[in-house]
Design a protein around this ligand. Structure first.
Ligand code: UD1
Ligand code: CA
Length: 451
């Protein structure tokens, strides 16, 4: 028997106060709906149907996973939403209903629900404050109905076991039950929850599973709830790093918007943000307030405070920062120093080479043991095209030099400070351009005019 998953995502999300449809609001690195789809995919379903309505076009554009889209043009309630999807699902499939705005349900919890037994499965959660949620009404321990807050009486409102909305059942069974529902209720909607009272009256078993933590089944209706779940999501990821042995200076000041792989004895200071795919080797240490995106950093490298690194490869035993910026295509081969206010783009920096202060290195290839003096600039762009700078092994670039590309500087070359070089230099030479120094003895300084 195969499994079909239906994800409801047609609602408007008015309380988000945003032009972005609710289910596209990001949690970590991806839209909430994407989290739901990613978890759903791990259950190996034969299909995932996503019911969309409000903002359907942008939802389809942003979510590229192979799902079947089902349009619900008018939002007439959760029952109506599921009904739009069922005709496309084989009658004997198991159906699991999830929500595009409930992004953090654990896979194990859903697996437990799917194994709850014959009949309908219902995921519930005990809440200290159940306000706003549908209440689970039980008789002799058995679920007999779900009553929405707006339709509940005083006694029912005291029930703390609430409906998460997540449920399962045979497609044909759900379809039959839904066809019997009506919209005679406080909200004038077709409630998905009504299938439970109907199932009970027809002798269909109702099995429940419980979510272990409230955040697993928390829905997001506004930015307040979104930020709460964002912190929850981050705390889960930080916990995974801690479990792997990473030293984290403050668990509340580290954000992972993607995936981080770590070696042994990695240390992360406060305010670090990781994005995309990041790999950190053994003994890597990241200083305060660094942003690191799609980057590999090899063992023993220290990244000091306020460095920004994107699409780069940093070799072993480097010192980067403080205040360094490695842009896409920056490759440090190892044992490099890249100091403060240095920007490196699309360049390879050979083993042991140093760019310590205030430099721009773009479209360049540096050999080994090169020393780039403070204020050196590769002039890689003539306003139309980019050109390359090549510096051989052991080149010494004097401070405040401009290297006008294309230019090829041979091994062991010394470049005098303050030079603007535009011609190639052969191995071992000294090259410089420099106006002759003039000194005027006993120079009288200007004095202030009187009156
Ligand atoms: C629903 C449940 C309630 C449960 C709560 C948990 C019903 C009737 N009530 O209430 O028992 O405690 O979830 O959060 O099911 N949607 C559509 N199309 C529609 C209506 C809704 O796609 O026509 C989607 C919404 O986008 C939303 C989800 O279904 O993501 C839930 O709908 P909502 O109206 O918010 O239901 P609740 O009142 O929260
Ligand atoms: Ca809701």
């Amino acid at each position: 028997m195969s499994l079909s998953i239906v994800i409801l995502a047609a609602g408007k999300g008015t309380r988000m106060n945003s032009a972005l449809p609710k289910v596209l609001q990001p949690l970590g690195d991806r839209p909430m709906l994407q989290h739901v789809i990613d978890t759903a995919s791990k259950l190996n379903p034969s299909r995932i149907c996503v019911v969309i309505g409000h903002g359907a076009e942008s939802v389809r554009e942003r979510v590229t996973s192979p799902v079947e889209w089902v349009m619900q043009t008018e939002q007439k309630g959760t029952g109506h939403a599921v009904q739009q999807a069922l005709p496309g699902i084989p009658a004997d499939d198991d159906v699991l209903v999830l929500y595009g705005d409930v992004p953090l349900t654990r896979l194990e919890t859903l697996t437990e629900l799917m194994q709850a037994g014959e009949g309908l499965g219902l995921l519930t959660v005990d809440l200290d404050d159940p306000r706003g949620y549908g209440r689970i009404v039980r008789e002799n321990g058995k679920v007999v109905a779900i009553v929405e807050e707006k339709d509940a009486n005083d006694d029912q409102r005291k029930i703390k076991e609430t409906n998460t909305g997540i449920l399962s059942g045979r497609c044909s069974v759900l379809s039959d039950l839904l066809s019997m529902t009506d919209s005679n209720n406080a909200q004038g909607e077709f409630y998905l929850t009504d299938v439970f009272a109907l199932a009970n009256s027809k002798g269909i078993a109702i099995n429940t599973a419980q979510a272990a933590d409230e955040w697993e089944v928390s829905g997001v209706n506004n930015k307040d709830q979104l930020t709460t779940l964002e912190r929850q999501y981050q705390s889960l990821q930080v916990q995974a790093l801690l479990d792997a042995g990473v030293t984290v200076k403050d668990r509340n000041r580290l954000d992972i918007r993607g995936n981080v792989e770590t070696g042994r004895d990695v240390c992360l200071d406060v305010g670090v943000v990781f994005e995309g795919e990041v790999k950190l080797g053994d003994n890597v240490s990241i200083g305060p307030y660094c942003v690191i995106k799609n980057t590999t950093i090899a063992a023993g490298t220290v990244v000091a405070a306020h460095s920004v690194i994107e699409d780069a490869k940093v070799g072993a035993d480097c010192k980067v920062g403080p205040f360094a910026r490695l842009r896409p295509g920056a490759e440090l081969e190892g044992k490099n120093n890249v100091g403060n206010f240095v920007e490196i783009k699309a360049s390879t920096i050979g083993l042991g080479s140093k760019v310590n202060h205030l430099s721009y290195v773009g479209d360049a290839e540096l050999g080994q043991r090169v020393n780039v003096g403070a204020g050196t600039i590769t002039c890689n762009y003539d306003g139309a095209n980019k050109s390359k700078t090549v510096l051989g092994d052991d080149v010494f670039v004097g401070s405040n030099s401009s290297l006008v590309a294309p230019i090829d500087v041979g091994a062991g070359v010394t470049i005098g400070a303050g030079s603007t070089l535009s011609k190639n230099v052969s191995d071992g030479a000294l090259a410089f351009t420099r106006a002759k120094q003039k000194t005027i003895e006993n120079w009288p300084r200007p004095t202030k005019n009187k009156g």
